[in-house]
Design a protein around this ligand. Structure first.
Ligand code: ADP
Ligand code: ASP
Ligand code: MG
Length: 446
């Protein structure tokens, strides 16, 4: 029998109407047995997510300020869902104890986690499924690192003999029993861990788009849906900012060989995107595009170093990287020429130690020229088919030249799965649009 773990994102559970769609989806397939809900998200573009409201309450509580109004708005949103659905449940005592806890000993993660906790209770009551508090199964060490083996054991024990359950996403607790959340968007991770633990045949991740799109819909209008993507490709895109699925949601299912299906709660009839193992055998390569997806991220700096005869100086690169490592700055890319080298690093981690890094580099490698350039964006063009296709990099260059976009660096990963391009932050969106046109729009008309 196949068993499905299904996760529903915030917009899928933003109001009673969305809850009805979710229940229809779950009830239409009895294999959809374990359900992971997010907190209610936005109902319209200017709306505020429950999670954000809870963070606000926490901030106010920490400053000893009154948060009654904010808390009332939160209560109202849940109570509207309850009354509109007509479920027999009252969250009044939960509201009281959460408020008291926020007042007496505010804990940021506890505050945020209540969004999922309360929504899970409503969903469980509405579906007639058992509610299981994620704090009892998802376990972190005191530093907030997930203890996967322990978590998996607890899930298996807890779910034994339970056929259907709702387990709220986003949080768990430390071995000392303190509530801890994943980073934002972390309900995806809960679903993935659960799928691993119960050996699900598939992990369905239900959201508000009909799958993983070739690129961010806020940059390109109506981009194509990717029908099949491998975990490796997805990881490259997720790392570069394609934010449909939390980056850490990939590992637990990937190791267990469980595919993820990204589906649209508002259009369940759409096939969505299948995320499959890296050795998946594709049958119809011919109709697909050369590239699978494009994603980009801002906030990088380039450390540019010039020195005559740098290439013949033993250990030059090593000395440079040691300076960075000593200052806790990790590097993303390091394109180099004969007498030049650029190291791309995250601006946020470089800024606090910038002067020290510059001083140490001057001392260690005595460069002829050394400068830091901020405002760099990196974009990744990802595709498993690039390996067998010639001229991809040339086409990217042509697209950039046509748009008069200056390419600061280009780097092709050794797996030939991706090409990374550095451009100015102000050129990022246009660069993505040009690459989309070059590889997706024009390949369609060929
Ligand atoms: P959920 O609340 O269901 O977890 P998210 O907001 O986390 O949903 O993720 C879905 C959103 O991700 C979409 O509404 C879309 O705006 C955005 N997005 C960014 N990049 C992509 C992409 N490549 N494909 C699809 N959606 C994307
Ligand atoms: N509610 C949390 C957030 O807004 C977690 C999630 O939605 O996955 O980040
Ligand atoms: Mg999400």
């Amino acid at each position: 029998m196949s068993l499905k773990v299904v996760k529903f994102g915030g917009s899928s559970l933003a109001d009673a109407n969305q809850f009805r769609k979710v229940a229809d989806i779950i009830k239409s397939d009895d294999n959809r047995r374990f359900v992971v809900p997010s907190a209610p998200g936005k109902r319209f573009s200017d709306d505020i997510k429950i999670t954000d409201m809870l963070y606000k309450c926490f901030d106010l509580a920490c400053s000893n300020l009154d948060f009654d109004n904010e808390f009332e708005t939160i209560k109202q949103r849940y109570n509207d869902i309850i009354s509109d659905l007509g479920v027999e449940i009252s969250l009044d005592s939960d509201f009281d104890s959460i408020k008291n806890e926020l007042k007496s000993k505010p804990n940021r993660d506890f505050a945020a986690s209540r969004g999922e906790f309360l929504n899970g209770k409503i969903l469980a009551a509405y579906l007639g499924f058992k509610f299981i508090d994620a704090a009892e199964i998802i376990t972190f060490n005191t530093n907030g690192m997930l203890l996967l083996d322990e978590t998996v054991k607890k899930i298996r024990t807890k779910l034994e003999g339970i056929s259907h359950a709702v387990i709220p996403g986003f949080y768990g607790s430390t071995t000392e029993g303190i509530v801890k959340t994943f980073s934002r968007g972390g309900s995806d991770v809960t679903g993935s861990i659960l799928a691993n633990a119960v050996k699900a045949s598939i992990y369905e991740n239900w959201t508000d788009v009909s799958g993983f799109l070739v690129t961010d819909p806020r940059i390109v209008d109506n981009p194509d849906v990717i029908s099949v993507i491998t975990y490796k490709e997805l990881r490259e895109l997720a790392y570069m900012g394609a934010s449909v699925l939390h980056e850490d949601a990939i590992f637990p299912v990937r190791t267990a060989g469980i595919p993820i299906n990204i589906k649209n709660t508002n259009r369940p009839q759409d096939a969505g995107t299948m995320i499959v193992s890296d050795d998946h055998e594709f049958d119809d390569e011919s109709s697909a595009h050369t590239i699978t997806g494009i994603a980009g991220r801002k906030g990088f700096s380039a450390i540019n170093i010039e020195k005559a005869m740098m290439n013949s100086e033993m250990g030059f690169g090593m000395k440079v990287l040691k300076v960075l490592a000593d200052n806790n700055v990790s590097f993303e890319h390091m394109p180099s020429g004969i007498d030049t080298m650029s190291i791309l690093v995250d601006t946020a981690s470089l800024t606090p130690v910038k002067d020290i890094v510059l001083a140490q580099l001057r001392k260690e490698v005595e460069p002829d020229h050394l400068e830091i350039e901020d405002g760099v964006a990196l974009l990744a063009v990802v595709g498993r088919r690039m390996k067998n296709t010639r001229g991809t990099v040339a086409r990217i260059f042509a697209a950039m030249a046509h748009a008069r976009i200056n390419v600061k660096m280009i780097d092709q990963g050794s797996s030939e799965l991706n090409v990374i391009i550095g451009v100015s932050e102000t050129d990022l969106n246009e660069a993505i649009r040009r690459i989309y046109d070059m590889f997706i729009s024009s390949e369609k008309t060929e």
